[in-house]
Design a protein around this ligand. Sequence first.
Ligand code: PLP
Ligand code: COI
Length: 369
Amino acid sequence: MTTDTALAPALDFSRIPHPAPVPGASREQAIADPGFGKVFTDHMVTVEWSDGRGWHGATLGPRAPLTLDPAAAVLHYAQEIFEGMKAYRLADGTMALFRPDANARRFNDSARRMAMPEIPEDAFVEAVRRLALADRDWFPSVDGGSLYMRPFMFASEAFLGVRPAKQYKFLVICSPAGNYFKSGVPAVSIWVSGDYTRAAPGGTGAAKCGGNYAASLVPQAEAIARGHDQVVFLDAAEHRWVEELGGMNVFFVFDDGRIVTPPLTGTILPGITRDSLITLAREEGLAVSEERYSIDQWRGDAESGRLVECFACGTAAVVTPIGRVASEHGEFTIGSGGPGQLTSSLRAKLVAIQRGTAEDRHGWVKRLD
Ligand code: PLP
Ligand code: COI
């Protein structure tokens, strides 16, 4: 074991060498067309937290199954949070992260909501940086590929009383990723959930906790069963206002160039892609408003032609056009049903910054080596 403290003043990372990394030929095969979330790299980061000791035992080592006490609090009360971010390979070959400080901040926002300890932002970013560099040979060869980084934390204390746990594990794993949606689809089709909501005022909708996703699985499965790609949720109080998709934020583009996206009222995830696109669109001189938009407006504006484009966005999905919307009350098409012009140009601008082919005016890209 070697210890390297140079870049993480808050934590000492130990490196445990991998005794048997995946052989090169098998790795090449795995990264040729990885899809999303199915292929995993050789390494992982693990950090421990305990009451009294705080964060300690930071390790970058071989990826391996975990051993957990069956009474570990996460298995009973779902005290768990995660982040989703991507490491990119820039045009000059350098590895880079996109706004990792924003993921670190949101991770700690989620931690506070779930009564979990916060991790120093620089330690969070350093953990992700080390793993991305250790597994850089896993960078997918497929066009548009990236290393999807998944930091997460869970309550590991063995205790069945209902209170915040006194022991946690923070881990980072890495998954070579291609497209989230099956390739060749020009625009996705979404299902408006009638029976289910995702988050209520005062709940955990703004936190990235596993429980939110568990609750979205039945409506998401319903969407798939009805032939759609994703579910979109309405607000829990009035069942009227469009909130977000199961794992993406949503934007509406009008014929006068105006863009609308639902406001951050505590029930939707404050997406980093959402924030970046708002910034890029405003820089273009476009009017972006964060305001409530109802399902009736959505249908009416699509039918009148006032609404010309609609898209979903997130780390995994990047920017994905929405072509068709369906609910128990019928179906409507947005614009031509395919990718719109503004959607395509915003996507291209964002991707160019992320991949280092456009100027990074906001200091969003963090080079890793
Ligand atoms: N909304 C939900 C529920 C998500 O899971 C995600 C993905 O992380 C997003 C929105 C988009 O967030 P971001 O752009 O930070 O990836
Ligand atoms: C992401 O975009 O990173 C997400 O977390 C969405 C989904 C894969 C859960």
